[in-house]
Design a protein around this ligand. Structure first.
Ligand SMILES: C[C@@](CO)(OP(=O)(O)O)[C@H](O)COP(=O)(O)OP(=O)(O)OC[C@H]1O[C@@H](n2ccc(N)nc2=O)[C@H](O)[C@@H]1O
Ligand SMILES: Nc1ncnc2c1ncn2[C@@H]1O[C@H](COP(=O)(O)OP(=O)(O)O)[C@@H](O)[C@H]1O
Length: 287
């Protein structure tokens, strides 16, 4: 039997997320600095006949293993574009909270495309891989090669990988799902409407946290209106010792705190777990 292939599907964190406006087709134009966490899901592919998916892990039931799992959606979209694509059985170990603003499903889909590309000798720059990523979901292209970079447009315009210093973070999710379309809808922009706001600060290696402080997540206010527990999570993170910045990722509900070193981030995650043992809290590095 051929050896299984394996890859990590790291959590995606939007360190910033500026909404520039809404396009005529209803999608929103974004400018977002995206980074990836040390924590994530794991995906294996056992090459073989047909396409199948098995899912286990703490959040498996929430992600589901049916045809609408983004792993299968991405694999099908690639198989539709590459004749004779070698497939097999995927095994997903699902740990990330679902519908959480950290792109777990998108990262899983991107991981599936990485494994299929490796199995079939396709570069990730291959048009079929790029198209399958874009058509699976707005966040999938940035997850294909998970390194910190700027993401623009609706998500398809991906900047070069950035050489940023490692950031130390605590991620907190109050275990309430927040649906991305509902948050964009609650922004209440009309098609064609632009959102006024300071431009995105330039991102450089030095003074990174200062630049992040000067930016924002425009989805935070509408998400907070829909799910007030996000405000509670932000308050809790903000009060942890050594917190340099507290912000929501993506469309929520996961929030993150940034710290100067990994011990302080670990202490913060511990403090959150003590205060809210029922929540998901994890210390991790971002890059
Ligand atoms: C908000 C972000 C920020 O990175 O992340 P998450 O909160 O999902 O992690 C992404 O833009 C989400 O990407 P993704 O979750 O892949 O979105 P999709 O499934 O393609 O789209 C879900 C819905 O969100 C809205 N949507 C998405 C992206 C975008 N630029 N404008 C939008 O208006 C649309 O209503 C769309 O129908
Ligand atoms: N592999 C997967 N992991 C998580 N969610 C998935 C997956 N496949 C499909 N989904 C569906 O995609 C939706 C968004 O999930 P997810 O990617 O976790 O959201 P977010 O990007 O907000 O963190 C959920 O409603 C979930 O049911």
């Amino acid at each position: 039997m051929p050896q299984p292939l394996a890859t990590r599907a790291p959590a995606k964190i939007n360190l910033t997320l500026h909404v520039l406006g809404r396009r005529a087709d209803g999608y929103h134009e974004l400018e977002s600095l995206v980074a990836f966490a040390g924590t994530g899901d794991d995906l294996r592919l056992q090459p073989g006949a047909g396409l199948a998916l098995e899912v286990d892990g703490p959040t498996a039931a929430l992600a589901g293993s049916g045809a609408d799992n983004l792993v299968l959606k991405a694999a099908r979209l690639l198989a539709d574009r590459v004749e004779g694509l070698r497939l097999g059985t995927f095994h997903l170990t699902k740990r990330l909270p679902v519908a959480a603003g950290i792109g777990g499903g998108s990262s899983d889909a991107a991981a599936a495309l990485r494994l299929l590309a490796r199995l079939n000798g396709l570069p990730l720059s291959h048009p079929a891989v790029q198209d399958a990523a874009r058509l699976t979901g707005a966040d999938v292209p940035v997850c294909l090669e998970p390194k910190a970079r700027m993401m623009r447009g609706t998500g398809a315009e991906i900047g070069a990988a950035l050489d940023l210093p490692r950031l130390f973070a605590a991620l907190v999710n109050p275990r309430v799902p927040v649906e991305t379309p509902a948050v964009f809808k609650a922004l209440a922009l009309q098609p064609g409407q632009r959102l006024a706001g300071e431009g995105h600060p330039s991102i450089e290696r030095s003074g990174l946290i200062d630049a992040l402080q000067a930016a924002r997540n425009d989805l935070e206010p509408p998400a907070l209106r829909l799910q007030p527990l996000i405000g509670e999570a932000l308050g809790l993170i903000r009060r942890t010792k050594g917190c340099r910045l507290a912000r929501m990722s993506g469309s929520g509900a996961t929030v993150f705190g940034l710290y100067d070193d990994c011990e302080t981030a670990a202490e913060a995650a511990k403090a959150v777990r003590r205060a809210r043992p029922d929540w998901w809290a994890k210390a991790t590095s971002l890059r």
